[in-house]
Design a protein around this ligand. Sequence first.
Ligand code: ZN
Length: 239
Amino acid sequence: MLNVTVWNENRHEQSSEEVRSVYPNGIHGAIADFLKEDYEVRTATLDEPEHGLSEAVLNNTDVLLWWGHIAHEEVSDEIVNRVHQRVLDGMGLIVLHSGHFSKIFKKLMGTGCDLKWREADEKERMWIVDPTHPIAEGLGEKIELEREEMYGEHFDIPAPDELVFVSWFEGGEVFRSGCTYKRGQGKVFYFRPGHETYPTYYHKDIQRVMKNAVAWAKPTTIPKPVYGNAKPLETIASK
Ligand code: ZN
């Protein structure tokens, strides 16, 4: 069974009664609850030693999920570098919602990762634009969320390797909501929904996407490529 670590900065939950009422066990707790149906799951949070992401934890993590918002700058560069190296070595990474501005996502993308946003209790209609993609398995042609935060284009990311979802918002904007990337041996998926004051992570289709994304992002079993100076496989004729 795949080992999954759900990382959350867990700060809104401590400061906001509204967020606690939606996610009494934290956003990480809500995500872990449904992922446990299919995977071996642990959680980790910002205020734990090493943010809960020790070498031992990361070395035993096949796929890491990342939710952060107001405390990106409090994540130490040492831990960001450690996560980055694990991704390059093959660990899957799923970056959620406001994690678009996390140090790890920006480092992996190499761009500013900025976007438009608005909190106006508006409808989000997320269209599946790649129905053959394993992350879209089991879904219909769209997912509707009655209330979400708006994220709008332009989203300052590199062109995704694959685009799985595009969102439309009631106010008129659109957004690339499901983007895949490969970095080194690792797979990265950015997934937009999940504002802290809405019950998005209880939505069955959102849960389906995240379960699918874990399966998609799991490390491959192929041996790590050998780099550097290479002996010829065949005799090279002298010329
Ligand atoms: Zn938000």
